[in-house]
Design a protein around this ligand. Sequence first.
Ligand code: ADP
Length: 545
Amino acid sequence: MAKSFVKISLASKLRLVFGAAVLAIIAAALIVPWYFMELLAEQGLQPAAAELTRLRLNEWIRDHPGNPDASSEVANLYTLGARSEGRKGPLFIKLDPNLKKMDALLTPPARQALRMFVQNPDQDSPAIIRTEEDNQTVYRCFLPVRVDAGCARCHNQAQDPKFQYSSGQLVGVIDVALPGSLASGPLIWWTRGTFVIGGILAGLLAIISFAIITQRLILRPVRKLRDMADKVAEGDLAVRSSIRTQDELQRLGESFNEMLEAIGAQHEKLRSANRALDLKLNELAEANVALFQANQVKTEFLANVSHELRTPLNSILGFSDLVAGASDERVRRYGQNIAASARSLLAMINDLLDLAKIEAGRAEVRFDKVSVADACQTLLALMQPLADKKQLALEGEIAPDLPIIVTDAGKLQQILYNLLSNAVKFTPSGGKVTLSASTAGAGGNGGEAREVAVSVADTGPGIPEADQQRIFEKFYQGERSLTKESGGTGLGLAISRELAVLIGGRLSLRSSPGHGAVFTLTLPIEPDSNGERARPREAPPEKSS
Ligand code: ADP
């Protein structure tokens, strides 16, 4: 058995697939914490950032004592009005009641924080927003400044409606840039690095342990099984599995062993059956040779005996004819009886001689140009007296376009004479016998005919289905009652079929009991270039004893 080419081994496939699966799982497991880590870091920053913002604000107030707006009551607030660019210190943005007007003065992150504080009136915690400034990532901390009860009390004492505030009102936002070390310091990168390294290490460990486990549990026993199967394929049926893994693979190995035992037993049985067959074959061959020799002897004997019988029979016939002409009525009848019996004996001997010649391969065939139409007309004329004697209508239907064919005229005549005399013999008085001839075997529409078919049809009793093949056998005569009164030897059709094959044709029969019989002889217009005698016979004659 041809080994199929293994493109990738099971081990490599397992490692590759498992490795890819492990990497995908670890990557998927890390993606979520990776994205949430930053968020968590920002949230963790919030208290520190708020504290830092207040500290910076107080430092600023301390460093600018002369500022008229600074006061202890607003210790952690400082009014600077609109944002001035380039300031490093904290920035308090005093909000205009008209927030929309204010919006234009604010930076995008400040605007974002302001919106957040307006939407969440209870939020006092800082908002930390990441922004890009001068190609650097900067974290800004925004603190909401809301009016508390103290502020409201003082402000509301003043009668100026410009300074009237309600408690909790958002009046400003403090904007402080956080130091890089605090916001995006190495902590995040460390954490990210740890994540990645942890993931890679976990993946590597998983792959290595998987490789070791699959090697031990699956691949090693599978390799053993494969080696075993290879040895079996090479014809070694003695090999057995020794897998002891206490699992399905061990069971598979044991099944393999059982299968090998069964195959071994079958092999042995087959071998002994083969030996017996060889013996029988030898016996048969010997019997065949003996049969062939016996057949040869029989054929030769038959030919010789038939030949030897003809000479005395001919003289019996001659003398019986003389006796049949005697003046005494009784002697004349005896003479006629002897002559009739001698003639039928001579016919039988002639038949036997013909058959023996054909079977011994000694029948000579002489191919010549023959007019089938002429042959048919001659036969019709020959049969007419016999048909008249039996009160039968004898008709000929010869196609006008019949070609001249190349065949053995004598054999053709002998076959047709046999068929016609059978038809006349078996058709009761008042019936009809028709001899027809036409071309056949045209290859498709308008194709040239390659054969000629000559048929002998009668309106006799027909031939039962069961007898239709057997009547071509030697000495087979079908229904006894029919043939007893008609006489005959049962050799006519056997000889006719042999002769038909000899001249390259075939003889067939169509009949349904009660509706007559049609025997058809089909002959090629031209015999094969190799000579028809070289052709295998369609139905080899049975070797009778
Ligand atoms: P024979 O005619 O000498 O008996 P054949 O070989 O010519 O031997 O025929 C074999 C048998 O086939 C005959 O005995 C007969 O039973 C049957 N048979 C042959 N031709 C016809 C026919 N035209 N109609 C009916 N039966 C036939």
